[in-house]
Design a protein around this ligand. Structure first.
Ligand SMILES: Nc1ncnc2c1ncn2[C@@H]1O[C@H](COP(=O)(O)OP(=O)(O)O)[C@@H](O)[C@H]1O
Ligand SMILES: O=C(O)[C@@H](O)C(=O)COP(=O)(O)O
Length: 420
């Protein structure tokens, strides 16, 4: 296996697995650290999906090291640590502490950190992260329910999280191509830095960075920086066609579970409702008071006669989220919503639902955990960063796990057209 990947959330893992598969590596995604009984021998890349983005840093380190050990035991030659293209984290972590622990694990003293993903509007210039042209700290990520991002300068953000010294390989070096980037790595290393934020504005920057970084024992970033790795590992530079636009899926009903409160998901919920998708809104305060239970939502789902998808969502505006968090606490509110969406998901296969679309990284982690899914195969791309996937074992399900901020406004409607 060329590349062993550790992703800090589930949608991030599918995003990375799609990138690697699209660029020609045979890729399998596991949910959690793979069981030794899972045969990974045919894979060029394995992506282990954790749910470690917002847990205490020490636990995130322990889980990441357990994943690293198992990937190493399965033959991984290089490790990739995948986090969010909007660098979702807090001053406590978990990007810095996990990167630091994986540097020690790989016995190396240097890595890069590059969350850029231009296809989804994430670019890095002079170390500052932009989201659709707006500085991170002014984007909707400033109001994320769990990891509000209030500083766009990634050198500063990462430096607050780690004892490693953080440097910068800026645009001018990246424009120079792989050799210039390698020289810049050497320069930053000589200056005493162990981690460098790397600028990238275009896919060609990402491909150049991939070629320059391919031989590092540890690479960290968003899925974008993995774009150039398959070509480097395959020893050629040809781009490989995406998996075909149609996907074989088990017959059955369709449901959408949305726990993301991102601006993209809010719009997708709005459009789905406008276009007549039956929708049930979960109010966290009703969960807290006991007025609403998963049983009531399941009864509503069971009563929907529509031939198309049904939507259950807790998606709310930043003001609503702030209000709820003020009353229930940030983590408690999030966990309460995740728990109920997970309970609903667990009951769906028995009601004939085999095609599920889940919006939100933490939400997807909770839902897929409840469904008992161990591993996924990666299908075609619905929108940049979001593929259809199918369970490798256990209950046969087609799953689209959508990062909160990804997908076109009509994502909840069009995704189903790719299933056969
Ligand atoms: N109405 C709400 N009020 C407070 N928290 C919420 C609400 N709806 C969802 N959440 C929580 O917000 C978090 C959203 O995170 P996540 O699912 O990762 O979405 P995203 O992909 O947009 O980051 C989850 O923990 C979820 O349970
Ligand atoms: O890199 C990205 O933006 C995604 O792959 C991702 O990790 C998003 O996480 P969520 O927004 O929590 O789904």
């Amino acid at each position: 296996m060329k590349l062993g990947c550790i992703a800090d959330d589930l949608t991030g893992a599918t995003d990375l697995a799609l990138m690697l598969a699209r660029e020609g590596l045979k890729t399998v995604q596991t949910i959690g650290v793979p069981d030794a009984s899972l045969d990974l021998s045919g894979a060029d890349a394995v992506v282990v999906a954790l749910k470690s983005r917002t847990i205490p840093a020490q636990e995130a380190v322990e889980q990441s090291l357990a994943a690293a050990n198992s990937l190493r035991a399965a033959g991984a030659q290089h490790l990739f640590f995948k986090y969010c293209s909007t660098f979702d984290s807090t001053d406590e972590g978990n990007i810095g502490p996990v990167a630091e622990a994986l540097l020690s694990f790989t016995n190396s003293d240097f890595t890069l950190a590059c969350p850029a993903f231009p296809a989804n509007g994430r670019t890095v210039y002079k170390g500052h992260l932009f989201v659709n042209g707006v500085p991170l700290s002014e984007s909707s990520m400033k109001d994320h329910p769990l990891t509000p991002m209030r500083d766009s300068n990634l050198v500063r953000v990462l430096q607050r999280q780690t004892g490693c010294s953080v440097g910068l390989v800026a645009f001018e070096d990246v424009e120079g191509g792989p050799d210039a980037i390698r020289k810049a790595f050497d320069r930053e290393k000589a200056a005493g830095h162990q981690i460098v934020i790397v600028d990238a504005i275009t896919d060609s920057h990402l491909r150049a960075i991939g070629l320059a970084a391919a031989e590092l024992p540890l690479i960290t970033g968003g899925s974008g920086v993995a774009m150039g790795l398959p070509a480097a590992y395959r020893g050629d530079h040809a781009s490989v066609a995406s998996p075909s636009g149609v996907f074989d899926a088990p017959a059955g009903r369709e449901a959408i579970l949305a726990g993301s409160c991102s601006s993209a998901t809010r719009r997708q919920v709005e459009i789905a409702i406008e276009r007549g998708v039956p929708a049930f809104r979960i109010d966290p305060m009703d969960l807290a008071s006991g007025k609403l239970t998963s049983q009531a939502v399941l009864a509503w789902i069971g009563a929907q006669e529509t031939g198309g998808p049904v939507l259950v969502y807790s998606t709310a505006t930043p003001d609503e989220v702030q209000d709820v968090q003020g009353k229930l606490g940030r983590m408690n509110a999030g966990e309460m919503v995740e728990r109920v969406l997970a309970e609903i998901a667990r009951a769906l296969p028995a009601l004939g639902f085999t095609r599920l679309l889940v919006a939100g990284g933490e939400t997807s982690g909770a839902v897929v955990g409840a469904l008992g899914v161990d591993a996924l195969t990666i299908g075609p791309e619905i929108d940049p960063g979001v593929p259809w996937t199918r369970t490798l074992a256990g209950t046969d399900l087609a799953l689209a796990l959508k990062s909160g901020n990804f997908g076109a406004p009509d994502f909840f409607l069009k995704a189903w057209n790719m299933l056969r």
